[in-house]
Design a protein. Structure first.
Length: 434
């Protein structure tokens, strides 16, 4: 038997686990068997009479075993800004956080707007062989908002969807064409919903911004863009996804769009239901994000929208920056949070607060993004053995200095959380364990 065949035949039994699968609604004590890269069997009665010889065993000691998390919004920085992050360091951070698949934004250097760039990401992921790395391609060439990319070709070469990353497609005619083309190629258009002529500030507009002497971004910038795009979806029938929603009004617009039967979805990030604009404090640049942290009413609305199903997925919105990009006057500092390693524990706060069940929360981190992007997710025979084992109650304090990510820009330093990843498995291979 060759070494490759031996690896393929490797079988591992995960015993004494709490099996959690949002796809099937499974929540039961039991065991799971992997064979090579796939799930071979699972259930409450598996190995009741003992584990046969030749099978490795892993005692989960009552910990939760769930499908691997899928982070649908990550900035990898490679190629072009490897001093901030690389695909390898981001993969290590993802594994530490229980993420087995992540999808990269196209705002690298060069921009992912041609086949060569899409193939580069795929090749680097194969070389590193840790978590699974996918990519979006740009909606418009050079992210300039004018000329549509070759969507059909890029889709054929593996682009999971199309987005201009941190830039909104502001031109209504361009967005209309993009939505129309997306129907033809069977892909989703992901928008950074922020009307750029109204988003020239550096934090949320209001009393705090005025007191700090900082220019504000009104919540209307998000709402106006979402409402415009919903009308374009009505015109075209294209699939539309609003990224990192942060305001009550924009969420309500999406809720109404869904009620009208439009093919629309949305996500948010943990900082939008965990922090308010007060986290900016006295010019804390680590709390500068795009869109900005909002007021308490909006923060509560985001949490409620996750709980009631209006928001389909939670993404880390991982945006790593080096110290030189963050330790600047607030107006000059780059926006973004390093979020891969804190995605699960920050999200679990909604469970600990009684806002939704553990299974429903996991759906936002696994099944939701999987359905949006056409990826497999679940605990079923034959599916990829992409697994996350975690203790939902283990308390710890966030220490950005210990992050595997190259960048440490997090506003959650010394923040107390509950929920710790114990093991991350990709295609049957353990790539992280405590």
């Amino acid at each position: 038997m060759t070494a490759q065949n031996a690896q393929t035949a490797r079988r591992v039994a995960y015993l004494n686990a709490r099996l959690l699968d949002p796809a099937s609604g499974l929540d039961t004590p039991g065991a799971l068997l992997t064979e090579g890269p796939s799930i071979a069997d699972l259930g409450p009665g598996l190995f009741r009479d003992g584990v046969p010889e030749g099978i490795e065993t892993m005692d989960c000691a009552g910990a939760c075993l769930a499908p691997g998390l899928i982070d649908m919004r990550v900035q990898l920085r490679e190629p072009g800004e490897e001093h901030k992050e690389t695909i390898q360091t981001a993969s290590m951070a993802a594994a530490w956080g229980g993420v087995t698949s992540m999808v990269a934004l196209p705002n690298t250097d060069p921009i992912v707007d041609d086949v060569a760039s899409v193939e580069y990401i795929a090749r680097r992921a194969r070389e590193i062989k840790q978590v699974k790395v996918y990519t979006y391609a740009a909606i418009t060439r050079r992210l300039e908002g004018q000329e549509i990319t070759e969507m059909g070709l890029l889709r054929n070469y593996g682009a999971l969807g199309f987005t201009d990353g941190l830039k909104a497609v502001a031109h209504a005619g361009v967005m209309r064409r993009a939505l129309s083309y997306s129907r033809t190629v069977g892909a989703v258009i992901l928008q950074h919903p922020e009307e750029p002529t109204l988003a020239t500030g550096v934090m949320n507009s209001g009393e705090l911004a005025t007191r700090l002497g900082l220019s504000g971004i009104a919540p209307h910038a998000e709402t106006i863009m979402v409402e415009r795009d919903l009308r374009l979806v009505e015109m075209t029938g294209g699939r539309y996804h609003a990224a990192h929603l942060s305001t009550a009004a924009a969420i309500e617009a999406m809720r109404q769009g869904k009620a009208r039967g439009l093919p629309v979805t949305c996500d948010t990030a943990p900082h939008y239901f965990t922090l308010s604009e007060d986290a900016v404090g006295d010019y804390r640049t680590f709390a500068k994000v795009s869109p900005p942290l909002r007021g308490e009413v909006d923060r509560l609305a985001v949490a409620e929208a996750v709980a009631d199903g209006t928001i389909d997925a939670i993404a880390s919105d991982h945006a790593p920056h080096d110290q030189d990009s963050k330790r600047l006057p607030f107006g000059l500092a780059e926006p973004g949070i390093a979020g891969l390693e804190t995605l699960l524990p920050l999200s679990l706060a909604l469970v600990h607060q009684g806002k939704l069940s553990l299974l429903d929360l996991l759906a936002k981190l696994t099944l939701g993004p999987a359905r949006l992007l056409g990826l497999p997710s679940g605990l079923s025979k034959g599916l990829p053995a992409d697994l996350t084992i975690f203790d939902p109650d283990r308390a710890w304090r966030i220490d950005p200095d210990s992050f595997c990510s190259k960048s440490k820009n997090s506003p959650f330093e010394d923040y107390e959380v509950r929920g710790k990843v114990l093991r991350t498995v990709v295609d049957g291979r353990t790539i992280f364990a405590v």
